[in-house]
Design a protein around this ligand. Structure first.
Ligand SMILES: Cc1cc2nc3c(=O)[nH]c(=O)nc-3n(C[C@H](O)[C@H](O)[C@H](O)COP(=O)(O)OP(=O)(O)OC[C@H]3O[C@@H](n4cnc5c(N)ncnc54)[C@H](O)[C@@H]3O)c2cc1C
Length: 446
């Protein structure tokens, strides 16, 4: 065991914790004679403090990276929980299989993906990763091992999917992959002028397109408030396989090896950048065959891009606004962020569908989700997110714990009232910085 400053992707807050590497699925989860609480850690791609355990122990799962079995007829993959989605893609795509659900980075582990019940651009069709998870083994700090599936210990299955790593350690999992015929996607990009157009495009696209998502320019106001680019796509039916074709898989272009000075990314520059990005597509619609990497993981091309935000890091404020009240609330949010400083440097919109996850504490619900990147400029950034919380709470929405670093215990209570029931499944030896903050539990260590 050693002390280390493992961080989350947003680099706020900072935490000091002891790190213990898990070598084998059969390892016992003791705290090494200390009284620190435990928390599994995948690749730290959560933005806030749900993967941090200040003053406690992190169980680094990156060595649990072995494949266990693969059924090539049905696409059923069993692997240890520290296997990264990138590793699965590398072996599965050439054989004609793809992840059933993927977040916007492939550098997340299977265990981390299940613990946050991640969603992707196909949520309206496929729901979350929990909907494609067949079984897993949960290891408790007591040494107990619980086999979990829809039929075996289903209450533990439901508590652990989206359970924020607090019910125990997922040692291995079995997920069902999806068939593809090509490593490419047939992608259409459509320019839209405002929020109303975004909603019409979503309604028109969600039936025929497996993947939909939109980028929005949060600096634009007036008639063009909510303008952006709508992307929709399907896996190509025929065409090049992995590693060939017009838009090949992109290797990493560069890695940011230093903390950029804060003045580098500022409101004026980002306003210009967003305007240029909107205009990068001259025509109303464009269509092309795109390799899955630039389509699903455009940001992965730049290693450690989070360092561009400087030492203080940044926040991603991701909320969901339930269908019905989503238009009004989304308008309020866009109006609020357009006036604010710091502004929102990058914004993504997506309509969630109604495919229900087995996860008890899962974040997605039918409606509109907005993910807003905000630089950490101290008090003004916090004040902005507090204003957004008021809008989200009034709309009976929720904020995504995987991205959160600052929501209050009251907000968490409003967004996830089911946490009281969920807490029956907490492992008494486990805790996280996030959990202590949002449940008002100040007891850091046992
Ligand atoms: C660029 C980028 C884009 C993203 N896009 C999306 C997106 O589109 N949709 C989305 O849903 N999320 C998205 N995310 C968030 C990311 O997918 C999640 O935070 C994911 O859970 C991170 O996985 P990880 O392996 O890095 O886990 P960590 O961040 O290290 O941990 C996440 C949680 O999982 C728990 N955990 C980790 N391993 C285990 C285990 N073996 N057993 C039990 N619990 C465990 C941890 O305790 C923690 O609570 C994005 C993140 C980035 C950086």
């Amino acid at each position: 065991m050693g002390r280390s400053d493992y961080q989350s992707w947003g680099r706020y807050p900072r935490a000091r914790q002891t790190v213990r590497r898990i070598h084998w699925m059969t390892d016992r989860l003791d705290s090494g004679g200390t009284d620190g609480s435990l928390l599994p850690y995948g690749l730290g791609r959560s933005y806030g403090d749900s993967c941090l355990n200040d003053g406690g122990i992190l169980l680094d799962t990156s060595l649990l990276d072995r494949f266990i079995s693969f059924d090539p007829e049905h696409g059923i993959l069993q692997c240890e929980a520290g296997v990264a989605l990138a590793d699965i893609l590398e072996v599965a795509v050439p054989k004609g299989w793809f992840l059933p659900v993927t977040p916007g980075t492939k550098f997340v582990t299977v265990g981390g993906a299940i613990a946050n019940d991640v969603h992707g651009k196909n949520h309206h069709r496929a729901g979350t990763i929990g909907c494609h998870t067949r079984k897993f083994e949960l290891v408790r700090s007591s040494g107990e091992r619980i086999a979990c599936s829809q039929t075996e210990n289903p209450e533990w299955f439901g508590a652990t999917i989206g359970g924020l790593g607090l019910t125990g350690l997922i040692a291995w999992a079995e997920i069902r992959l999806k068939r593809i015929r090509s490593a490419y996607l047939d992608v259409e990009t459509i320019r839209f002028g405002n929020l109303e157009e975004f909603f019409s495009l979503s309604a028109e696209s969600d039936r025929d397109f497996e993947y939909t998502v939109a980028w929005v320019d949060c600096f634009s106001g007036g008639d063009s408030r909510g303008r952006g680019l709508f992307m929709r796509g399907n896996h190509a039916e025929t065409g090049p396989s992995a590693g060939s074709g017009p838009e090949r898989s992109r290797a990493r272009l560069m890695t940011i090896g230093f903390d950029a000075p804060e003045f580098l990314l500022n409101d004026s520059l980002m306003k210009v950048f967003n305007g240029l990005y909107f205009r990068r597509q001259r025509e109303k619609r464009s269509r092309k065959l795109l390799h899955y990497e630039p389509f699903f993981y455009p940001l992965d091309a730049v290693g450690q891009w989070n360092r561009l935000y400087g030492k203080r890091g940044f926040f991603q404020y991701q909320c969901v606004l339930p269908a019905g009240g989503d238009r009004e609330a989304a308008r309020d949010i866009l109006k609020t962020v357009a006036k604010s400083s710091p502004g929102v440097y990058l914004a993504v919109l997506k309509i969630f569908g109604d495919v229900k996850s087995p996860g008890a504490l899962s974040f997605p619900r039918p409606g509109l989700t907005l993910a807003l990147d905000i630089p950490n400029r101290g008090r003004p950034a916090f004040a902005l997110m507090d204003r957004l919380d008021t809008i989200v709470r009034n709309a009976r929405g929720a904020v995504y714990p995987a991205k959160d670093a600052r929501m209050s215990a009251d907000s968490f209570e409003a967004y996830f009232p089911q946490w009281h029931d969920f807490s029956r499944y907490l492992d008494p030896g486990f805790s996280s910085s996030f959990w202590r903050r949002v449940t008002g539990d100040r007891q850091v260590n046992r």
